[in-house]
Design a binder for this molecule. Structure first.
Ligand code: PMP
Length: 377
């Protein structure tokens, strides 16, 4: 393999429930998994029904062009179908973007503490990764420093791609509309911008803005979305990109012909139309963010205000300031059947990320943390 492939550090996914149960001698039903930003309600019942109805036809290939699904997304976003690309999860979209525009000698720019798939997708093409330090203080601590990213792009003319996550994982930080607008207006048109909106459905209505209008305005913009989070279809793997036809055409050249399977297409069609389920998921998450935030504050643990469905919190004080505090508290939680996500690979070894669960799951998480805080180890 080329050295740039050997240099890749594999993605670290959340531990599966079955593995934790076996390792710690626990009952699977007792384990709470708050590690992968999944929807604690699962998927919409209507999506489940649609999937079951599609089961009889699995001997056939899926629709390679996702005709019905693109028609629905087109209707909901008001962009033509020729502006839509479907992906096997939005990770697929991120990778299509990297493969379409990067090669050895070129570079991609992204922020420190930004989603781990940006460096992975970049490295796989042999292109250079340029990570721009995150903000270190202020209300948007750990968030993207867009002016610094812009300077980096301009100082590195071999930059062809920039990834922006809004909200970002694992920090939960959010970039307001005005800042993003200024950034997009200043990025050279030869640089493709991927605006990753995996968590956009969790934004309070007053913070949402019309990124589709920007897709119409900027021929170099790709908006990436997923049905894995608020729509609850993580296991089916489905996401989509919105971009002008020239970029969409490039994405489709590198796309696998049948990248979105038939069950995923059927479920997505139903899920996108189940607005009641989406509203319920949003409300549950808002209440969960409040409850977990208040619980962390009561334990004296600092956390980053989140605009998504997880919270990044500082466990330094629970491990007497140990350099690997995150790993220690992660283990202590695992022992109690609670799976969260360590973020040392994001340069945050003294922090952990917890996904918002059902109220009783959030409570169990907080109770386990309280026990650890009392020195139970
Ligand atoms: N972008 C961000 C910021 C994410 O956190 C995730 C999920 N971890 C994804 C994209 C990819 O999700 P999926 O491939 O399931 O759509």
């Amino acid at each position: 393999a080329p050295t740039y492939i050997r240099a890749i550090a594999p993605y670290q996914a959340g531990k599966p429930i079955s593995e934790v149960a076996r390792e710690y001698g626990l009952d699977e039903a007792q384990i709470v998994k708050l590690a992968s930003n999944e929807n604690p309600l699962g998927m919409s019942p209507q999506a489940q029904q649609a999937m079951q109805a599609a089961m009889h036809d699995l001997g056939r290939y899926p629709d390679a062009n996702g005709f019905a699904l693109k028609a629905l997304i087109s209707q909901q976003t008001a962009v033509p179908e020729s502006w839509i690309t479907l992906g096997n999860g939005s990770n697929d979209i991120l990778e299509l973007a990297a493969r379409a525009v990067l090669s050895p000698g070129r570079a991609a720019v992204y922020a420190q503490h930004a989603f781990a798939v940006y460096p992975l997708a970049t490295q796989a093409t042999g292109a250079e990764c340029i990570e721009v330090p995150a903000l270190t203080s202020g209300t948007n601590r750990f968030g993207h420093d867009l002016p610094a990213m812009l300077r980096t792009i301009k100082n590195n003319p071999h930059t062809h791609l920039v990834f922006i996550a809004n909200p970002n994982n694992p920090t939960g930080t959010f970039i307001p509309a005005a800042e993003l607008a200024a950034f997009l207006a200043a990025v050279p048109p030869t640089v493709i911008v991927v605006l990753d909106e995996a968590y956009t459905e969790y934004l309070p209505p007053e913070l949402r803005f019309d990124t589709v209008a920007w897709v119409r305005q900027y021929p170099n913009l790709i908006v990436s979305r997923t049905l894995s989070k608020a729509y609850g279809l993580a296991g089916l793997r489905i996401g989509y990109a919105l971009a002008q036809p020239e970029i969409t055409d490039l994405l489709n050249r590198v796309r696998q012909p049948f990248n979105v399977n038939a069950l995923a297409q059927a479920a997505a069609l139903a899920a996108l139309q189940d607005q009641a389920f989406l509203a319920q998921s949003y409300a549950l998450n808002q209440a969960g963010l409040q409850a977990v935030g208040a619980g962390l504050a009561a334990l004296g643990l600092p956390y980053i205000r989140s605009y998504a469905n997880f919270i990044l919190f500082d466990v330094d004080s629970l491990a007497a300031g140990a350099a690997n505090a995150g790993a220690q508290v992660y283990q202590a939680l695992l022992k109690r059947g609670i799976i969260v996500r360590p973020v040392a690979n994001y340069g945050l070894p003294q922090w952990l990320r917890v996904s918002i669960g059902l109220p009783e799951e959030n409570s169990r998480f907080l109770a386990a943390l309280a026990e650890i805080a009392q020195g139970a180890g």
